[in-house]
Each structure stands twice: as C-alpha cells, then as structure tokens.
Write a protein that binds this ligand. Structure first.
Ligand code: BG6
Length: 483
C-alpha cells in the first residue's frame, strides 16, 4: 500500500468570518457577513442566515443593539492567535488554511491604501505560523466581502467589484508573497449558484438582471477577478502556488436507468464548470449552451476572456463533506439538513445534522479530479460537525470524529495509491468556530473545544479534545498509524 508522500501537507482550516472576531478593531470595516444575526437552530427560519433578504439585512442593520451577530465575535482568534497557532504547532500542523478579512485591510473595499493595523496583524499571524514550521494557506475571500460593496454595488453583481478585488489581491501578493506559499483566490466559488447572498455578497432581488442572469454574471465577474489575481501572481514570479476552490458535490445516479445517469452527469457538470474554466482557461461548451438555451444573458468582455485564458490555476482545492443521489425525477427529493433537498443514500449513515458520511466518495472524487485536470488537488475542508458538550473535567471524548476522520483519511491514502495527486489535507474548523448553515456554535468541528455558546456567552478558553492527540499521532507518523 502506498503511503502518504513525503511533505504531505497535514493541517486544519478556518475562515476569517467564522473564526477571527475583532470585528471593528484597528479600523476594520464591516463585511456583509457581519450583518447576519443569530436566528437559532430551532427557529423555523434558521436557514435565513444563508438566504438573507434585503429586508432582513436592513432590519439587522437598523436593530444592531438588540440583536446578536455571531460572526462579529467568531472564536476570537484576533485575540487568541498566538495560543491557537501554538496549539496547531503542538499537533504538528504543516499547514494552516485561513482567510484574510478584506475589510480588515480595506474597510470599504475601495481604498487605495490599507489600514496599518490590519497589515501588521497578518504579518504577526504568518510570523507565528513560521515559528512552528507551519505554512499558511491563505484564502483571499471566504464568503466575505466589505459590506460597503454589498450596499453600494450589490457585490459581485457589479463589474466594479472586479477592480476592487484585483487591487486587494495584488496588495496581498506584493505584501505577503514571501511569507505565504499557498493561495486560494476564492472559497467555494460554485456555491454562488445555491447561496447568492453568502457567495456573492449580493441580493438577486436588487439586481437589474433576472435571477439566473444575475448569478451567472456575478460568477463570471468572480472568475475574471480570480484569473486576474492568478495572472498577476504568475507574472510577478512568486515562489509558490495559487488555486481556486469549489465545494465538491459528488453524486451518484439513483438507478442504472440512463435517464438517471444523464441527470447525474448534468449535476456534475454544473458542479465542476467553474473549476473547468479556471484550470483550462475557457468556459465549457455545455454551460455556454445552457445560457443560450435558457435566455441567460452574461456579458463577457474580450479582456475578461483573455484574463481567464492567461490566468489558469496551479492546483484545485475542494471542500468535501457529503455526496448526493440523483434521479431524473426531481420531485423525489426531500429536504435534508439545513438547506439541501436530496435523495437519501440507503448505503450511507448520516451525521446528526443530516449529512451523509461517504469516505469512498472522497476517493472517487480525488481520482476523478486527477483524471479531469492533471493538476494537484488540495482537500482544504473535510470534517464532521456535531452538537458537543464538554465534560466537567474539561475533556471531550469525540470518538465519532476520530472514526469519521480515520475513514476519510484512509480514502485519501487509497486514492493516492490509485494515482491521485493530492497536495494536502486541512480539516475544517480545526478549532471550533461559528457554523455557516446556522450562524451558531451549535455545530462543532474542532480538535479543540472553544468555551462559547450560540449567543457569545462563555470564556472562549480552548480545550483539547481526544481527537487532538489522535491527529497529532497521525501527523507524526505521516498517516502510517491510520487503522
Ligand atoms: C463549507 C464552507 O461549505 O462548509 C465553510 O466553506 C463551512 O465555511 C463548512 O463552515 C461547513 O458548513 P457548516 O454549515 O457546517 O458550517
């Protein structure tokens, strides 16, 4: 059996909106995520956190004193970064995936020069990482744009956001290029098709375009902006790699009826097409036909297409949590978990948040992506979110997490054995953080427990769970100790 390669990048992942806190420190401006309030898991409209309407947004903004906004506090990494990175060092991390908060550097996203406190903060974070031999893997935007851009331009709906992002990305590359070897321009770029507010910082209702045209136009702006950053990275001859990420939604046909297989293929094409475009440098024919056949109008300037052609990525990045079953009969789907309508897979167990546990699907996906792209793939998110409490003696016996990770890492090892080209693995939410689907602490992923509740009560102290020691040993043995 092939082992994990020498230099395999073991680590963990967070995002600024969900983890950092320090909401207004150093002059930081609000991001669009900072106006999402807590609704509560049991609230019938709990998922509103992902599907905010313009009315919700206005209400939240005008009632700030009465409401609680979990993203503003996150896990308070802003004040705990030294301790947190030391804990990562203790686990033996080789890489820490994190994201920069755009509005910590450029409060409205339109300034020419960044805030000194923000610039210094990231130098400090990268310095701490290097102290423990940890390479930062930096996502330029992880579901977070300055609120000003949402309010003034309707986020990625506008071409103006391209210029703002490119200025920001160039600054990051110039300022931190020698400290950061791995970059991802955008988190889960494909999710804008499902959650346009979160992914695009925009309200489709506010656009001059119809809903689908708005989504695909925004996606085109994002692909163009991402390619411009990639091209700049290459043109300035940086010593590292730059990639783009999708949420990988592996799916299976429900039966061997060719109609189910065709429906499954179509889903897969939608899932992959942003990455196809970023790796190959041009839009796949199927999506252009889809636009034409469905009256979807996407304006693509010749200079956009030139950038997309010239700014192709060095590696692909994925989050991988679950798989889907596809039937040609859409009506068979039923709601599962927070916002997804799915067909249940009878062969899989599910987490208590309704997400199917499918390690084999990860092997399938890694093999598939290696064949499809011919560039390495980085698994930058995977893990299990659970409702968890800490024992009186401050222990958390998370054997379910160890079991989940053990199976998924064996699947990674098997895929490498099959020939998949995998750069590394960063477990999602390595230190507990605020969940995206519920904007709350209720769903925990970490190796490290954070003493905080959904409403921001708690000491925010950190405690090692059993999985902390388990992962430490996995890294120490470069995966040899997987059972
Ligand atoms: C990914 C996102 O889709 O899923 C993360 O990039 C998110 O930001 C993660 O936290 C898990 O989702 P949730 O809803 O369990 O937090």
């Amino acid at each position: 059996m092939t082992a994990f390669p020498e230099g395999f990048l073991w680590g963990g992942a967070t995002s600024s909106a969900q983890f950092d806190g320090g909401f207004s420190e150093g002059g930081r401006g609000p991001s669009h995520m900072d106006h999402i309030r807590y609704y509560g898991r049991s609230h019938p409209e709990g998922q509103r956190t992902m599907f905010l309407t313009p009315e919700d947004y206005e209400y939240n903004k005008t009632h700030q004193d009465e409401l609680y906004f979990p993203y503003r506090k996150g896990s308070d990494f802003y004040h705990h970064y030294k301790e947190d990175i030391a804990l990562m060092g203790e686990m033996g991390f080789k890489v820490f995936r994190m994201s920069v908060s755009w509005s910590r550097l450029f409060p409205t996203g339109t300034e020419e020069t960044p805030l000194p406190a923000g610039v210094q903060f990231y130098h400090d974070v990268f310095r701490e990482c290097h102290k423990y031999g940890i390479e930062p893997l930096v996502t330029m935007i992880h579901y977070e744009i300055p609120a000003y851009l949402t309010e003034t331009y309707n986020g990625w709906d506008s071409r103006k956001t391209i210029d703002c992002f490119v200025r920001y990305a160039k600054f990051l590359i110039d300022e931190y290029g020698s400290e950061v070897k791995y970059w991802i321009t955008m988190n889960e770029i494909n999710m804008i098709m499902h959650i346009p507010f979160l992914g695009g910082g925009m309200f489709t209702e506010r656009s001059e375009r119809d809903r689908e045209s708005c989504i695909y136009q925004a996606l085109h702006h994002m692909l163009t902006a991402s390619a411009a950053a990639v091209k700049y990275y290459h043109d300035t001859k940086q010593n590292g790699m730059i990639g783009l990420m999708i949420a990988r939604l592996q799916n299976y046909p429900e039966t061997c009826d060719p109609k189910d297989a065709l429906a499954c293929q179509e889903q897969s094409r939608f899932n992959y097409f942003p990455l196809d475009t970023a790796v190959k440098g041009y839009y796949p024919r199927f999506i252009l036909n889809y636009f034409a056949n469905n009256g979807i109008h996407v304006e693509m300037e010749p200079e956009d297409l030139a950038l997309i052609r010239e700014g192709t990525i060095d590696f692909t990045a994925i989050s991988y949590y679950q798989t889907d079953v596809i039937s040609a009969q859409e009506e068979k789907k039923e709601p599962i978990g927070a916002f997804i309508r799915k067909l249940k897979n009878p062969y899989l167990k599910q987490t208590d948040w309704g997400w199917g546990i499918d390690p084999d699907g990860l092997r399938y996906t890694l093999n598939d992506m290696t064949d499809r792209y011919g560039v390495p793939v980085f698994i930058v998110e995977n893990g299990i979110g659970v409702t968890e409490t800490i024992n009186e003696d401050k222990t958390v016996h998370d054997d379910y997490r160890i079991a989940y990770l053990n199976e998924h890492l064996k699947a990674v090892r098997d895929a490498i054995h099959d020939g998949a080209d995998v750069l590394g693995y960063t477990m999602w939410g390595c230190i507990d953080l605020v969940s995206i689907s519920y904007c709350a602490f209720a769903k925990r992923y970490g190796f490290i427990y954070v003493d905080a509740d959904d409403l921001g009560n708690g000491s925010y102290k950190r405690y090692r769970k059993d999985s902390f020691y388990w992962y430490q040993h996995i890294i120490e043995t470069n995966g040899e100790s997987l059972e």
